[in-house]
Design a protein around this ligand. Structure first.
Ligand code: GLN
Ligand code: ZN
Length: 762
């Protein structure tokens, strides 16, 4: 049976591309060296896939920064403001323009901002958002895709399969940069360029072309559906000699199933990891001419494939279509998986035997096809690994499961309603109007980072390490007192990352050495792996919170990360629903909340930075997610006394469509990111008449720029127009760990001054 891959990680097993790009940007290596690194990665990737026995191997999936940006350059979609960079062309040719679009350009008297970047559907990969004008023109603007195909063909022959983002998703994932038109209408001028590209690739020898259309698995309007029909009908009429594969992923086709199987293409790829239930409907509607690519190996996670489960799906498809109309594939591009499990030498061998990274997933795809063709010998080893995971004591802790099963609604409810708590808390803390606070972290200087690194390496004793962190904490507290902040934080100097810090202290998590995944450009993340039932063997934050609280008479906030954020930024278990894992984390954080309360901490912040990010792509699936995500937070925050004040914090989020759920979290105080939107994001709260206290960020922490007191005063005035002034807090948008001390000090002094002005005006 035929196999294919949809895309392979391009950062290199040792993050060579990241390092090379950063050196190139710093002027330390030249273009030739950068290209050499890229060429080596491409060839190694192709070789790896060839050796793994994959039949259709992607090319043009390599990118120096982002494949959507590559597509924009391929199609000549370059915003006017970058034309000046083109005219300053150096020997680097178009790459200067490319990186200028990705990262902004400040050179030779030019100062041009970068293009907008946003999350690629529901992943943590970020793409550069294409910008369209009403009279947008498209043309073949560079030869990269043809060159890369020729390189791939030299090595792979007929197996080389060029990959491009499909025309409809390319438009839908972009943005109109002027009013008065709908970007989907550009489809008629875009499709001819796609046809030209496809025909040229066909003439060069490509047998298959993969067009990624993830938007086919989203909620679509009638106009968008028509765009799909128009685009693929036109392509079918004007392309010859090349087979077209349309790839969907991350969701079920649902109401778009008949549209998808009706497109006049040669093959359709569906994600059967995220949505195995869609197979029945797809098989019942699929026409005779269409080949089905079944995505059965998870491209988004780190677990070994369960062959028996995959074979059930494969056999179902083969039973209906015959073996020659089924292709075995990963669920999506392997871009979202870490590269090679063999590089991990420190993972417990029992657990490592349950895992697979990108390289191992290729082998799985090949083995599945062999098994489906009758080589059942390959089944035994996989069966043993799956059985070992299913029954391992390292995964399954009965006490944790029992506790989750016993959670009641009462465990997810504060004992009294907000207005009562508010009164009690006001009497307890006696804060001024417009109380000031920060979100938790203070600048992570090189010194602080080195302290942690040296301690981890064993170059520093625990005592020396803790002394140094204590000093940093005391300094931060003295300084907060001096400038007159009302509710203090300890600064989070002991934390590397808001998820990793908790993962390291909870049972059920493991950490990889090399499990990097591209987040954007040269930035990679190394998410923790949740492999087992989660419990909290000991207090996690009490030591530092109580130390800090003892240094001051002002209230000191305890600082925790919430269950959805921990879940969202980790590789999660695939052997139980996310909801279940979330509840386990929620109980652990709940215990930590109670421990902090018992230790005398009166204000506790539980960050849920990623609650919006976890929202399912399809509207129909959102209510269920929101119900368990909100309940998870409520579990963490319940069981405390009325006098204990619970805060939560959320990073940049659109709240309009989820405001009732945010309100249902029932945090006493929520702090959110609003300054860049000029308080626009607060409208949702105003409209809803949000009843609890709220701190809309008045200071954009993403930039080193110091906001003036006047600016922050005017933002506060805007907030006070929208919401009752007695419910407002004054704080920055987010944590300050990426900032430097001088700008942080200046900005927070101005912020305190703005709060004082506001107090005088009421
Ligand atoms: N408490 C965290 C900090 O201040 C919150 C960070 C976040 O929301 N991303 O760093
Ligand atoms: Zn934040």
């Amino acid at each position: 049976m035929l196999t294919q891959n949809l895309g392979y990680p391009r950062i290199g097993g040792q993050r060579q591309l990241k390092k090379a790009c950063e050196q190139f940007w710093a002027g330390k290596i030249d273009l030739t060296e950068l290209y050499n690194v890229a060429q080596k990665i491409k060839e190694e990737n192709w070789q790896t896939q060839l050796e793994a026995g994959i039949d259709l191997i992607p090319c043009n999936d390599f990118s120096f920064y982002d494949q959507t940006l590559d597509t924009s350059l391929l199609l000549g979609v370059v915003p006017q403001r970058y034309e000046a960079v083109r005219s300053q062309a150096t020997d680097n040719g178009e790459l200067d323009l490319y990186f200028a679009m990705a990262r902004g350009y400040q050179k030779n008297g030019l100062d041009i901002t970068a293009m907008e970047m946003t999350k690629w559907l529901d992943t943590n990969y970020h793409y550069i958002v294409p910008e369209f004008k009403a009279d947008q023109q498209f043309r073949i603007n560079n030869e990269n895709i043809f060159n890369e195909y020729n390189q791939a063909k030299a090595l792979l022959g007929a197996k080389a399969k060029p990959v491009i983002i499909g025309p409809v998703s390319y438009l839908l994932l972009g943005k109109e940069k002027e009013a008065g038109f709908d970007r989907i209408e550009l489809i008629s001028s875009l499709v001819p360029v796609y046809i030209e590209i496809i025909n040229r690739l066909g003439q060069s020898g490509a047998a298959w072309i993969q067009l990624d259309e993830p938007c086919l698995a989203l909620d679509l309007t009638k106009k968008e559906k028509e765009a799909f029909e128009f685009a693929y009908k036109t392509i079918a009429q004007q392309v010859s000699g090349v087979k077209i594969l349309v790839a969907t992923y991350f969701e079920a086709l649902l109401d778009n199933t008949s549209l998808a199987v009706g497109l006049p293409v040669d093959a359709l790829h569906v994600d059967l990891v995220r949505a195995p239930e869609q197979l029945d409907e797809v098989l019942s509607l699929i026409p005779d001419r269409l080949i089905l690519s079944v995505g059965v190996v998870d491209g988004r996670n780190v677990w070994k494939n369960d062959y028996e489960k995959s074979l059930q799906l494969i056999n179902l498809a083969v039973g209906k279509l015959g073996a020659d109309r089924v292709i075995i594939a990963p669920s999506c591009s392997l871009l979202h998986s870490p590269i090679d499990l063999e590089l991990e030498t420190a993972i417990d061998p029992e657990i490592k035997n349950w895992m697979a990274f990108a390289r191992q997933k290729l082998v799985e795809i090949n083995e599945l096809s062999q098994i489906a063709d009758g080589n059942t010998e390959l089944l035994a080893e996989n069966k043993a690994a799956i059985a070992s995971r299913r029954s391992s004591q390292k995964v399954h802790k009965q006490a944790v499961k029992d506790r989750v099963a016993a959670i009641t609604d009462a465990d997810a409810t504060r004992s009294t309603a907000f207005p009562v708590r508010q009164q009690i808390q006001r009497e307890r803390f006696n804060l001024p109007a417009f109380p000031t606070t920060t979100i938790g972290s203070f600048p992570q200087t090189n010194d602080i980072r080195q302290l942690r690194a040296r301690f981890k390496k064993g170059d520093l004793t625990l005592e020396a390490y803790e002394n140094a962190i204590e000093q940093a904490t005391i300094e931060a507290i003295r300084w907060q007192e001096e400038i007159g902040l009302d509710v203090l934080v300890h600064g989070e100097f002991e934390r590397n990352d808001m998820v990793e810090y908790f993962g390291e202290q909870l049972d059920g998590f493991l950490f990889t050495k090399n499990g990097w995944v591209q987040s954007y450009g040269s930035r990679c993340v190394k998410p923790p792996v949740i492999y087992g039932d989660i419990s909290r063997p000991a207090d996690m934050t009490v030591r530092w919170s109580t130390f800090a609280a003892a240094q001051t008479d002002k209230p000191m906030k305890g600082m925790l990360t919430g269950p959805v954020t921990i879940l969202q930024w980790s590789f999660v278990r695939d052997d139980q629903p996310r909801e279940q894992t979330s509840n386990q984390i929620a109980l652990a954080i709940h215990d930590e909340v109670l421990a902090l309360e018992k230790a005398g901490i009166g204000i506790i912040q539980i960050d849920e930075a990623a609650i919006r990010e976890g929202l399912p792509l399809r509207k129909a699936k959102r209510p269920h997610y929101l119900a368990w995500a909100v309940r998870g937070f409520r579990i963490t925050a319940s069981g405390v006394q009325d006098r204990t004040q619970i805060h939560t914090h959320m990073c940049y989020s659109e709240f309009n469509d989820i405001i009732e759920h945010i309100a249902a979290m029932d945090a006493d105080v929520i702090t959110i990111e609003t300054s860049r939107s000029q308080m626009e994001l607060l409208q949702a709260f105003a409209h809803f008449e949000y009843p609890n206290e709220i701190g809309p960020g008045v200071y954009d922490i993403h930039s080193p720029r110091v906001p003036t007191t006047e600016e922050m005063s005017s933002l506060l005035a805007k907030a006070a127009d929208l919401l009752p002034a007695q419910n407002l807090w004054v704080n920055p948008d987010c944590g300050l760990k990426t900032r430097k001390w001088p700008e942080t000090k200046a900005a927070l002094e101005n912020m305190v001054a703005a709060a004082r002005q506001a107090r005088e005006q009421i």
